[in-house]
Design a protein around this ligand. Structure first.
Ligand code: ADP
Length: 257
């Protein structure tokens, strides 16, 4: 796709996604203004709740778009990562605090690692990745269902990694869509996921940020007879190795952040 097509797709996706919440904010606030004296307290509360939820959706969308703009520039918060030694469990706790505010009824279960897992990464990047993965786990599962966060370690040909997995038992992702969910603007188009609103940018942002830190995100989903057993998104984050770091410090003559 060339730049012009990407730009056009971007504008049409965003304007479509923005129109829906704006229309309901406009409609419900107008109804309240025109019928204030006839509405009882319960109705007023219900309408205000819808207005508030839709405003929150708009804020999330604008944040996603801004994050893409920041990521694709070389400067700004999401340009070049500032790599430091980061305790993964601490960032998970911070991300959960943010998420619980918007998804108060979901049942979050954290399985803490046996030993502290330390990666060389940018804590702000990691927090954004976790918020996006946790938000999806909530959006695409039932409000009371369990969302688990697991930690593990793995070595492969490219290095040693600490892993954070976000696991949900929601609607799942079909095999043919799994490879595409990290594409910019991609949204699964089926009866289960389409009612949930989104911009198709969350996973693209998460994957781009993970790659900028020398890691990646993998997706797995297990659907049997149309029923989802579990969906897992796993972030791979390079292990912080003190020896390598000291060597790099000496050879570059640079300072450790
Ligand atoms: P969106 O804003 O649409 O949620 P994302 O980039 O975060 O954008 O996700 C892309 C698509 O991947 C979603 O539209 C949804 O269809 C699918 N998806 C992401 N996470 C999950 C999940 N945990 N369970 C089921 N489907 C998911």
């Amino acid at each position: 796709m060339n730049d012009k097509n990407i730009q056009n797709e971007f504008i049409s996706t965003i304007s479509h996604e923005i129109r829906t919440p704006l229309t309901s904010i406009n409609g419900f606030s107008k109804t309240m203004l025109e019928n204030w004296d006839e509405l009882d307290v319960a109705q007023k509360k219900k309408f205000l709740k819808i207005i508030n939820e839709q405003a929150q959706r708009l804020i999330n969308m604008v944040e996603n778009v801004l994050n893409v703009a920041k990521m694709e520039g070389s400067t700004g918060n999401f340009g070049t990562p500032v790599l430091k030694e980061v305790n993964l469990e601490i960032v998970v706790k911070k991300a959960l605090e943010l998420i619980k505010h918007n998804f108060p009824v979901h049942n979050f279960v954290v399985h803490p690692p046996k030993l502290p897992l330390i990666s060389l990464c940018d804590a702000d990047f990691l927090q954004q990745i976790l918020v996006n993965l946790l938000e999806n786990a909530c959006k695409y599962s039932q409000p009371t269902s369990k969302i688990e966060i697991l930690f593990s370690v793995k070595s492969n040909a490219t290095g040693d990694f600490n892993l954070i997995t976000v696991k949900d038992a929601g609607c799942g992702i079909k095999k043919e869509s799994l490879g595409k969910v990290f594409d910019k603007f991609y949204r699964v188009d089926d009866a289960l996921t389409s009612p949930t609103q989104g911009s198709g940018l969350g996973l693209y942002i998460a994957q781009t940020l993970a790659k900028k830190m020398g890691g990646k995100i993998e997706a797995e989903s297990n659907i049997e007879n149309g029923n989802c057993k579990e969906t897992r998104f796993t972030a791979y984050l390079p292990v912080f190795e003190i020896e390598k770091h000291i060597k790099g410090h000496k050879s570059s003559g640079g300072g450790y952040v």
